[in-house]
Write a protein that binds this ligand. Structure first.
Ligand SMILES: Cc1cc2nc3c(=O)[nH]c(=O)nc-3n(C[C@H](O)[C@H](O)[C@H](O)COP(=O)(O)OP(=O)(O)OC[C@H]3O[C@@H](n4cnc5c(N)ncnc54)[C@H](O)[C@@H]3O)c2cc1C
Length: 414
């Protein structure tokens, strides 16, 4: 049996794949295992979810979606994907604060790697978590709430503390949004007016192929009640037809644009659940720097554009609000995220990653836990300042290192 990640660039080395149908079964599996990991929807681009032992998928757990209007929260079983939950929330009058670019990913897997969307006031998706149930390596079950000492480590956990079997997420009243795309934002305007552009709506993304003098597109996701935006803005022009962020691809797979109002869950992601997201044939990397260093970071990338452009499909620039989750990419700092969707050619991409990492080093860049990077673990440890505390916790909760794998161990014990 060959199991790969979504991108097909990682073949898992697990001896067995389990699909437990109950939490009791998860506990039994874990208690008996020597080495195990949980697999979410497999959308990470590196072997973070790999194990040589037992790989556990939670996709067959009963699909619980339990909304509490008293606490304005929803409790979901951890194997569910955002796309399976969000229409139910909207129908009940609720929303999550943000979503990633795609609804295809599992909620637990997304939170475990610090997955994020965009918006200067929007934290990572994990920042919506208020509680979770964790099956620890000995088969024990504990509920971790915000006042638990484990909470800041246990949400963006890289899957290293145990199996998250359910998550409780904060809700807010549902809202409608409208999405507009601008073409050809001059590079100079993006630098000069970066804060104004990124703060101009609920969620703003810049896309560039680093090939020309422009950011190819600006995606503006605003509240439906906000006034329609002007035709010309910071030198960019409102698109007259729907766009796909990757040049040459059909916009059929993208969420509605041109200002058509619709619920938050059908506008915040770029891609629709029923289609292949992004280009489908790709690798991805992403680096996070403090938002007040965004312009210097962009200038550093601009100097590398002749190296980046030949192996790139598209780059996306987003913002994330600070949070206090230890391994979050935006732990302790408002953040700008520099994302790269690469051609699917690892050998060609890795040397460019090294150059990008060197260029972004002065800005204390953190790598995305679920994407490709080449930064040595001892450098990663300086960027994620709570990694040593986190490692101590993994030793305490998992003394037999059942959850360790060749991706994690060097990062936790560099
Ligand atoms: C097309 C595409 C678009 C993307 N867009 C974005 C984006 O907009 N923003 C962004 O930040 N990232 C993005 N990503 C990256 C993606 O969100 C992360 O890789 C995320 O981890 C994927 O979730 P998953 O369920 O597939 O996790 P997996 O890759 O399956 O697992 C990731 C980690 O989570 C752990 N894990 C999973 N489930 C559990 C559980 N129940 N308990 C404990 N640990 C668990 C695994 O052990 C592993 O360590 C994108 C990826 C793709 C392929």
């Amino acid at each position: 049996m060959v199991i790969t990640n979504w991108a097909g660039n990682v073949t898992f080395s697990a001896r067995r794949l389990h699909r437990p149908a109950s939490v009791a079964e998860v506990r039994e599996l874990v208690a008996d295992a020597d080495n195990f990991r949980v697999l979410g929807s497999g959308h990470s681009f590196n072997p973070i979810a790999d194990t040589t032992g037992d790989l556990i998928s939670l996709a067959d757990l009963p699909p619980v979606i339990s909304i509490s209007s008293d606490s304005e929260t929803v409790t979901v079983s951890a194997g569910l994907r955002y796309g399976e939950v969000v229409p139910r929330l909207h129908a009940a009058g609720y929303a999550l604060h943000n979503l990633g670019s795609l609804p295809h990913i599992s909620i637990a897997g997304a939170c475990a790697t610090g997955t994020h969307g965009s918006g200067v006031a929007n934290g990572t998706l994990a920042s919506a978590v208020v509680a979770l149930d964790l099956v620890t390596a000995d088969g024990g079950l504990r509920t971790i709430t915000r006042d638990d000492e484990l909470f800041p480590a246990g949400v963006v956990s890289l899957g290293a503390l145990g199996v998250v079997t359910s998550l409780t997420l904060a809700l807010r009243p549902t809202f409608d949004m409208a999405q507009y795309v601008y073409d050809d934002l001059p590079y100079a305007a993006a630098l000069d007016e970066f804060d104004a552009i990124m703060s101009s709506a609920y969620s703003v993304s810049l896309f560039t192929d680093w090939a020309g003098p422009h950011f190819n597109q600006v995606w503006v996701k605003q509240l439906a009640s906000a006034p329609a935006p002007p035709k010309h803005w910071h030198g960019a022009t409102l698109a007259d037809a729907p766009r796909h962020p990757v040049p040459g691809m059909s916009a059929e797979s993208c969420t509605p644009q041109l200002g058509e109002p619709g619920p938050w869950h059908a506008r915040l992601p770029h891609f629709k659940l029923e289609f292949t997201p992004s280009s489908g044939e790709e690798l991805q990397s992403e680096y996070f720097v403090p938002r007040d260093q965004a312009i210097l970071g962009l200038a550093a990338l601009h100097r590398l554009r002749d190296r980046i452009a030949p192996v790139l499909q598209i780059s996306e620039i987003r913002t994330i609000a600070a949070d206090d989750l230890w391994l979050s990419p935006s732990y302790g700092r408002d953040t700008v995220a520099f994302h790269f969707t690469w051609v699917k050619d690892t050998e060609a991409v890795l040397p460019v990653l090294r150059e990008i990492e060197a260029a972004l080093a002065p800005f204390d860049a953190r790598p995305h836990w679920g994407k490709l990077f080449t930064m040595p673990p001892e450098v990663v440890a300086t960027r994620y300042g709570r990694l040593a505390d986190f490692a101590a916790l993994t030793t305490r909760l998992d003394p037999n290192a059942k959850l360790q794998n060749p991706f994690l161990t060097p990062h936790l014990h560099p």
